[in-house]
Write a protein that binds this ligand. Structure first.
Ligand SMILES: [Zn+2]
Length: 416
């Protein structure tokens, strides 16, 4: 993407004074659900004015952008990011939380935001600052105010953990080590923590329904079902949803019956658990790329060595979720691997057995629906003009998602 011109700096000045109208002319439009050959899209100001067959859309008064050889689609939605983390093979997670100054982490995050946007992801659901307190609130404001380029952010601020369950751990019992999320338990403290996070800017509440705190350091459930129900009830009063990290079957079960709307990871799900998800309408965000990255950081030579058990099992459980008809979000847990490399998740979803068309739907309209982002995720009149053009046809070749030719967010061009 280095050779492509980023014209955000110039345009951000222009666009504050004039509402530009564009006519975008790709080979085809993927509208978030289906592909249409020969469609064009007319953008006025920050919204999509019309989308349809070229013969039915006027070019009058519009600046025409020819996008021959491309597919135009909704700006992609990253379902699980951590803009305040960088790959663990650069710096282990513990050291990022304990040794990196918040100012350093914020500085990095601004660069991560730009890389994400230029990779065609115009929205991220950022699932926790991992020790950087409420710094996602300011990062989101900086993007929204046009101070730095970046995706629209849906944020959860600090996330909630049961006392003693999370990390960093392994230190002397005599000292209190700062944690990667906020500890809160029980009736009053949980109510306060949820309300505090909302008051400070959380768009959703994230909980860790299980974590590696078992007797043998294995993942075990954390919050009780009653605690989860309470968190969900309090969050819901404000119109916000709850998202749960859960990798064990029991952690997932508690998150599902407790009313969480998405389960992140779900590695050890079972056919029974996935049926329960389907029944409750709980979506799965599988984060395939994170497991793939971590396995490689631990020494797996992908393509040479046989697949480790963790990867083989993930293939099985992901397939079980698909077979059960569970709604699949697209989110890679990016931050564990490089920001801007988000499409790694989409490639892996296809590799693990999902149809490319369904992967594209997950990355656009499904993510928008599950995250209650009703103003985006589709190419449709009246929605935000968050659009990307990719070379080729991603319905045929998912790797097209890496060949970004144009990025528009709210009618502003960031890459062309
Ligand atoms: Zn995560």
């Amino acid at each position: 993407m280095r050779h492509l011109l980023t014209i955000w700096a110039i345009l951000s000045v222009t666009f504050t004074t004039a509402q530009t109208t564009y006519l975008l002319r790709p080979d085809r439009v993927f509208d978030g659900e289906n592909s249409h050959d020969g469609w064009v899209v007319r953008v006025k100001g920050d919204k999509i004015e019309t989308a349809g067959p070229a013969s039915s859309v006027s070019a009058n008064g519009a600046e025409v952008i020819d996008l021959k050889g491309t597919t135009l689609m909704p700006g992609m939605i990253e379902g699980h990011s951590h803009l305040f983390l960088h790959p663990y093979n650069e710096t282990p997670w513990d050291d990022q939380v304990l040794k990196e100054a918040r100012s350093l982490r914020v500085a990095r995050a601004t660069v991560h935001a730009q890389k994400t946007l230029l990779a065609g992801f115009t929205t991220v659901r950022d699932l926790g600052t991992e020790g950087a307190d409420y710094d996602d609130v300011g990062l989101k404001q900086a993007i929204n105010q046009g101070i730095i380029p970046g995706p629209r952010m849906m944020i959860v601020t600090r996330a909630l953990i049961a006392t003693g369950s999370y990390a960093p751990k392994g230190f002397s019992a005599d000292i209190d080590v700062p944690q990667g999320a906020e500890e809160a338990d029980g009736h009053d403290a949980l109510i306060q923590a949820v309300r505090r996070q909302i008051g400070k800017g959380a768009d959703a509440i994230k909980i860790y329904a299980d974590y590696r705190w078992g007797l043998m350091a294995e993942a075990r459930p954390t919050y009780t079902v009653d605690e989860i129900k309470l968190i969900v009830e309090v969050a819901k009063s404000s119109g916000r949803s709850v998202v749960a990290h859960a990798s064990t079957a029991e952690g997932m079960r508690r998150a599902i019956v407790g009313g969480c709307e998405t389960v992140e990871h779900g590695d050890a799900g079972t056919p029974e658990i996935f049926r329960l998800m389907k029944e409750h309408g709980t979506a799965l965000c599988p984060t395939l790329a994170a497991g793939d990255a971590v396995s490689q950081y631990r020494g797996w030579k992908k393509g040479q060595d046989p697949e480790p058990a963790r990867i083989r099992e993930k293939r099985v459980t992901f397939k079980q979720a698909l077979d059960a008809g569970v709604t699949i979000c697209a989110g890679g847990d990016v931050g564990v691997f490089s920001h801007g490399d988000n499409a790694r998740e989409q490639e892996m979803m296809v590799d693990y057995g999902m149809k490319p068309l369904d992967v594209l739907r997950s990355t656009t309209s499904v993510n928008a629906d599950v995250f209650h982002l009703t103003d985006r995720g589709r190419v449709k009149a009246g929605l935000l003009a968050d659009l990307v053009a990719v070379e080729g046809d991603p319905v045929k070749t998912v790797a097209s998602l890496r060949r970004i030719k144009l990025v528009m967010k709210g009618g502003q061009l960031y890459k062309q």
